[in-house]
Design a protein. Structure first.
Length: 256
């Protein structure tokens, strides 16, 4: 993650309520090269409004897990937090979905095609660890002169749909869809919404598996490609991505 952010000119810091000696030892053991900030007493954590008020006893003072984005003046511009401390984004995921910067995807990739539509599915990480949120992007390249239908759609037509088959203990979040364009067919009263050219649909995939090894995530893209005068037969294109598991580093396995 740090290398991806540094390449985009973004400084990364981590804040903890642990004292400096604990953080120094942790950074050395886990080969962390970006700064770890010791917030003894959780003063800054409180100032940022991210203190976990429900944490008590030995974990009192911990923040809610997430990301705070500051501009060059030190002003907080965004906050992104998760329900579980176990969830973490990849560096590419932070770049694209927090900062809006295109990142180099280093994960597995699958490609399938029909006569007029090419589909590419890829993860933004080369492996997963317990609790990591990986982004799956499905890209479509639609031949010139053709379109595929979006929603809402009149009865009798087939909209573009993407179905993902996750393995056990893997959850698929809400997909991020581009906005379709309005389209009319001469001689028809219906109003259509269509996609054309190149489009990308992305969705978060959270892995809560431990010692599961490489996992296969399959998917299907269903669509009907049309021109202004004719429609092809509806098509279904299937893909499968295998994502290896990275080992946990000196950390106890989570309980169910």
């Amino acid at each position: 993650m740090a290398a991806d952010l540094e390449a985009a000119g973004i400084a990364l810091y981590a804040i903890s309520y642990d004292p400096p000696d604990v953080l120094a030892d942790f950074a050395q053991r886990h080969r962390i090269t970006y700064p770890l900030l010791a917030d003894a007493g959780s003063g800054l954590i409180r100032e940022l409004g991210i203190l976990n008020e429900e944490a008590a006893e030995r974990i009192a003072g911990i923040p809610h897990p997430g990301v705070v984005v500051l501009d060059t003046d030190g002003t907080v511009t965004e906050k992104h937090f998760y329900e579980s401390y176990r969830e973490r984004d990849t560096g590419a995921g932070l770049l694209e979905h927090v900062f809006g910067i295109a990142a180099a995807h280093n994960g597995p990739r699958a490609q399938v095609a029909s006569d007029v539509v090419q589909v590419q599915a890829e993860f933004d990480a080369s492996n997963y660890v317990w609790g990591q949120r990986v982004w799956l992007t499905v890209s479509l390249t639609i031949a010139e002169g053709y379109h595929v239908y979006g929603r809402p759609i009149p009865a009798g037509y087939v909209p573009l749909e993407i179905e993902i088959d996750p393995p056990e203990r893997v959850t698929i979040g809400t997909p991020h869809w581009p906005t379709p364009e309005p389209f009319r067919v001469e001689g028809l009263d219906e109003q259509f919404q269509v996609f054309s050219g190149e489009i990308c649909i992305s969705m978060p995939v959270t892995f809560m598996s431990v010692d599961a090894g490489a996992l296969d995530v399959g998917g299907r893209v269903t669509l009907q490609a049309c021109t202004a005068t004719e429609c092809l037969t509806p098509d279904s294109l299937s893909f499968k991505l295998r994502l290896p598991e990275a080992p946990l580093i000196e950390r106890p396995k989570p309980r169910d």
